[in-house]
Design a binder for this molecule. Structure first.
Ligand code: ADE
Ligand code: ZN
Length: 414
């Protein structure tokens, strides 16, 4: 409300015009007018509360694990941090390998999974090598279209109605250019959105170990596709050995072209890496940020500035960034008012899905259903969509969430 609003309700309650307190002590008529205005403003919400009745938020307390999973599968969700590279179905890798004359280290789904999935004690550096045996899927437009389509399909199957996917488009440039990778991904993503009635946007990711020149080339290719589904620029990879500051010029360029920015930070390095991402490289959101609590001053800054975190609990657990899920700081950040979202990061490398991340936070972080619904909606609120599309997405999410609640109130009889 601006300074010209007719009536403000709250501690500074007053009517502008003839009854403003600046004109002295209000008269009896003036008090009466103030009162009538207050009644008029409050009447509608009070009446609707009386007619509709006040409702406790739907609780899932006491429901068994299988029902909780069913509920959270059914809940409309958003996912804004998911790498195409880490979300290639093992089945698809096996199916495509003969087409490109590639020999895999295993020829069954379980055998392949044991090669590409995380083992106890492994770290981010081990994780970053997991892609080696199936890099061929990123070298051909047809396979890129398919894996992008299938990622949107995997998320839609668990009622994710908005996904932000990301990919590092520098693969084997001698086989397929950065432009070729991005165009194929956009085609696959768009086709899936049309077929499945969901929405998606593409974040282009830069690998921290690459040169500034190649990073700039990636940023330029991203900016050139802002009218075709590219919504953001990301920095990923080896955080501990490649500080964000090296890429300042690249993120200055992205910001100058109004491309949204998110940066992986506070995962393999401490809070100073998050501060650099925000202060030097203009990050609007932080990928992970799990180590934010190590610096209470920075944590207060995130709280004050409401900088969103794209949190990925099982990714952090499997990469050995956190010791367990009960001590996972998502609930702490949420209750401090920092906008947090829940994501898988790399669903097929970790063998997880988004529903499981919500179940884990309900079970181990004590989050209520209302809080999980809020976290899902936060994904829409902090999405990188243009303003009008974002507003429409939030409305669609709210409608779907109300329908979901009504469905489960009836089923649980609560
Ligand atoms: N690339 C894919 N997943 C990543 C992660 N969790 N951290 C850094 N780079 C990544
Ligand atoms: Zn990531």
């Amino acid at each position: 409300m601006g300074g010209n609003s007719y009536l403000q309700v709250g501690p500074d309650f007053r009517v502008q015009g003839s009854c403003s307190p600046e004109q002295g002590v209000p008269s009896v008529e003036c008090e009466l007018l103030l009162c009538m205005n207050a009644i008029r403003v409050l009447a509608l919400p009070l009446l609707s509360l009386l007619l509709l009745g006040w409702r406790e938020p739907l609780s899932v307390q006491g429901v068994d694990q299988a029902t909780l999973t069913e509920i959270l599968h059914d809940m409309p969700k958003t996912e804004i941090h998911t790498h195409i590279e880490g979300a290639v179905r093992p089945e698809t890798i096996l199916e495509l390998a003969p087409d490109y004359q590639v020999t895999l280290p295993a020829n069954t789904v379980d055998g392949l999974k044991s090669h590409i999935q995380m083992r106890p004690g492994e770290t981010l550096l081990d994780f970053l090598k997991k892609f080696d045996c199936f890099r061929f899927v990123f070298d051909h437009p047809e396979s890129l279209r398919r894996i992008s389509y299938e990622l949107v399909e995997d998320t839609a199957r668990e009622n994710v109605i908005y996904t932000e996917l990301r990919i590092n488009p520098i693969k084997h440039p001698e086989l397929l250019s950065v432009d070729g990778v991005l165009d194929a991904v956009i085609e696959g993503m768009d086709q899936a959105c049309r077929d499945l009635q969901v929405e998606a946007g593409l974040i282009v990711s830069i690998n921290r170990s690459y040169s500034v020149e190649s990073a700039m080339q990636v940023a330029q290719a991203a900016v050139a596709r802002m009218d075709r589904g590219v919504i953001g620029l990301d920095l990923a990879g080896d955080e501990a050995h490649h500080p964000v500051e090296k890429f300042k010029a690249v993120f200055d360029y992205a910001q100058a072209h109004h491309l949204h920015i998110t940066i992986h930070a506070g995962e393999a390095a401490g809070p100073q890496s998050m501060a650099g991402a925000v202060e030097v490289c203009h990050a609007e959101r932080i990928g992970h940020g799990v180590r934010l609590s190590e610096d209470p001053v920075l944590e207060r800054m995130f709280q004050r500035r409401k900088i969103p975190l794209e949190m990925c609990p099982n990714s952090n657990l499997l990469i050995n960034v956190v010791k367990d899920l009960p001590s996972y700081p998502l609930a702490r950040y949420y209750h401090a008012g920092i906008p947090v979202t829940l994501n898988t990061d790399d669903r097929h490398i970790f063998d997880i899905n988004l529903t499981g991340e919500y179940v884990a936070m309900a079970r181990h972080n004590g989050l209520t259903l209302a809080e999980l619904e809020d976290i899902s909606l936060t994904g829409a609120r902090v999405s990188f969509l243009p303003a009008a599309r974002k507003a429409a997405l939030i409305r669609r999410m709210e409608k779907r969430m109300a329908e979901f609640e009504a469905r489960w109130r009836a089923r649980l009889g609560r």
